[in-house]
Write a protein that binds this ligand. Structure first.
Ligand code: F3S
Length: 643
């Protein structure tokens, strides 16, 4: 039996479990890891607890890209701490402003056929060059850096078969928007989207990376393209020919499902507020007046994107009522775009130029006005993520964004008469000097006042429960639980401070009620915890003594974070029981047999009823949860080894 690309990559990094058993627990050892500033503070605090001298991977890279605002000491302290921790543990550190992690990693580190464990949900971006990228929370990133396996369910592999070629002004973002339109934001949970077919050869590496990056929005474990001659040329253009291998699925590879996308049939698509899964043709919403356009993020400001934007803006102007900005993805892109003469067209058009960073994507630098309508090339548009609570954010490809910035209303770029300028993508990229800090051992690490010790939690009692503090709908995001934005990112590693803002957009009374109740239970719908890798969304409930969350379903990455921090995740055995619970009910969960038996009885003391819930966790993870989280489980197993 032939193998898929996914199986070939997993076979290279598996250290526990059986890759041939879909859904079974497998342990992968990372060849590489990546981390980003806001989450990595806790990753390094966790690394301190794991007792290693230097990281055990082939390459580990720390990026400082998500929050570049230095409005006071907090962020600057965090950046200094990260640089020193990188030196202490042998991690390569990208200087602040060098670039957004996924694009910079693609340029300098991604290797076809290897496995990258990244502390960011869009780690599948490396799938654009045939690397298996899997996003995890900060604690799992620390484990991977320390040489421990990262455990996950062996995914199903879906063949996304691409045929034809994209029409003019319909670029790669529309491919993943089309996938989202077909399968929605939880359509690929537990799956890898593997892109194959003759359409693959028509796409560049950065186009492929846009597609695999945003495959995260389908709930996928990862996404991957073959490594072919296009990949070889990309690596050669960055002086990394030696990293190339040919990688493709075998002719008789077995896929679990197939999805067909005819590239030549695609039209410009757009995701409506407030979900990347609410996708419609641009024509359906054309004419909506815009306040803001953001060009940028890890998906859409590689060099070909920037050159295309410049070509469209040449001799054009941003509409007078629109605020438009560009976040180039890396300093490599800036250097090449300057050399091509492309920045002049953007500057003359009236586009604001920010430094390479996530910035506006996560509410750190380009928030729209109150009720502002913003069109963005970013991967996500969860409510309030821009930094403005009542934002109206649409997502599109760069061509739609530029056309709309010029007209001032949402516009299908194919309806504009414009004379494109010509900028060509170079075959060799000049590397800017001083992108990375080469690690050297240090003895001193500065723990600024914003840095608190890693939270520690104890093991659970045989009965848990309390008041239902929130009854939540489907698709609650990590942004809902632990907000993004310039006010909140600098306090993400300060759990007592950030917890005061948890669920604030859903129920501003939540924090105080949780404190007053000294614990309780959360009840949620499907896909609870979708979105980012931030483990604070799991730590906060635990810190507030909420030890149990009962949902119709959990997002993969958030579920792993709940395990790591000792929160008991339960799923309704009968989804109809969700409707019978009311906020304020008192629940009690019997956990005496939890490690042996995944099914538990929940008593609703207020209604004098019982129902059954089950956990999606295997035995080892159930034990981890009961002892209070991964750190406790590791210490326990190390103590047993010493005995
Ligand atoms: Fe950064 Fe936004 Fe991508 S926060 S990693 S640009 S999704």
């Amino acid at each position: 039996m032939g193998l898929t690309i996914t199986e070939k990559c997993i076979k290279k990094s598996i250290v526990a479990g059986d890759w041939q058993q879909r859904g079974s627990r497998i342990g992968l050892r990372a060849h590489q890891t990546l981390g980003y500033d806001v989450n990595a503070v806790m990753t390094f605090l966790a690394l301190d607890q794991l007792g290693i001298d230097r990281v055990k991977t082939e390459v580990s890279v720390q990026y400082i890209d998500h929050n570049m605002l230095q409005a006071d000491y907090k962020n600057a302290d965090d950046h200094l701490f990260l640089e020193q921790m990188c030196a202490k543990y042998g991690v390569i550190c990208a200087r602040p402003g060098s670039g957004i992690c996924h694009q910079l990693h693609l340029e300098y580190f991604g290797v076809p056929g290897k496995t990258l464990i990244g502390g960011d949900s869009h780690t599948p971006a490396q799938g654009g060059l045939g690397m298996l990228g899997i996003g995890v929370g900060g604690f799992d990133a620390a484990l991977a850096m320390a040489g421990h396996p990262v455990y996950l369910a062996m995914p199903q592999v879906v063949n996304v078969h691409l045929s034809g070629q994209l029409p003019p002004l319909v670029s790669a973002k529309n491919v993943i928007l089309a996938v989202l339109q077909k399968i929605g934001v939880k359509g690929a949970v537990g799956k890898v989207l593997e892109y194959t077919g003759p359409g693959v050869a028509t796409l560049s590496v950065t186009e492929r990376s846009t597609i695999t990056n945003m495959s995260t929005e389908t709930g996928a474990t990862s996404a991957i393209f073959p490594s072919d001659d296009t990949t070889k040329a990309w690596l050669a253009a960055h002086d990394r020919q030696a990293d190339w291998i040919a990688l493709a699925a075998d002719d008789d590879a077995r896929y679990d499902a197939r999805l067909d996308i005819a590239l030549d049939q695609l039209e410009p698509l757009i995701a409506l507020p407030h979900s990347p899964g609410q996708v419609v043709p641009v024509a359906e919403v054309a004419g909506i007046k815009l306040d803001q356009v953001m060009l940028g993020s890890c998906t859409n400001t590689a060099l070909p994107d920037v050159l295309q934007m410049a070509a469209m803006f040449k001799n054009q102007r941003v509409a007078s009522h629109v605020d438009a900005a560009l976040y180039p993805s890396t300093r490599t892109v800036i250097k090449a775009a300057l050399k091509a003469g492309a920045f002049g067209a953007l500057v003359d058009a009236g586009v604001r130029i920010f430094e390479p960073s996530c910035g506006g994507c996560n509410g750190c630098g380009f928030a729209p006005q109150s009720h502002g309508v913003s069109l963005r090339t970013t991967p996500r548009n969860f409510a309030g993520r821009s930094g403005t609570a009542d934002d109206q954010v649409y997502l599109s490809a760069p061509e739609v964004a530029v056309a709309s910035a010029i007209t001032g209303v949402i516009t299908d770029p194919r309806t504009l008469a414009w004379e494109p300028a010509e900028y060509s993508v170079p075959t060799h990229f000049e590397r800017p000097a001083n992108l990375f800090i080469v690690p050297e051992p240090v003895t001193t690490v500065t723990y600024g006042p914003n840095l608190l010790p890693l939270p520690q939690f104890g093991q659970h009692a045989a009965k848990l429960g309390g008041e239902v503090l929130l009854k939540l709908p489907d698709n609650v995001t990590t942004d809902d639980i632990c907000p993004a934005g310039a006010l909140y990112l600098p306090i993400r590693s300060n759990i007592p401070a950030i917890s005061k803002h948890s669920f604030q957009t859903i129920d501003p009374t939540f924090y105080q009620r949780a404190r007053d109740a000294a614990g309780g239970v959360l009840v949620a719908g499907n896909n609870y915890g979708q979105g980012s890798s931030r483990e604070q969304a799991a730590i906060i409930p635990r810190y507030l003594r909420i030890a149990v969350i009962i949902a119709k379903g959990f997002a993969r990455l958030h579920l792993a974070n709940l395990v790591n921090w000792g929160v008991v995740p339960l799923i309704f055995a009968d989804a109809n029981d969700y409707a019978k619970i009311h906020a304020g009910d008192q629940l009690q969960v019997a956990l005496a047999q939890f490690e042996a038996e995944p099914t538990v009885t929940v008593t609703n003391l207020t209604q004098n009823t019982t129902f059954t819930a089950k956990t999606p966790l295997g035995k080892a993870d159930r034990h981890t949860v009961m002892v209070g989280g991964k750190l406790n489980a590791i210490k326990e197993s190390e103590a047993q080894t010493c005995d």
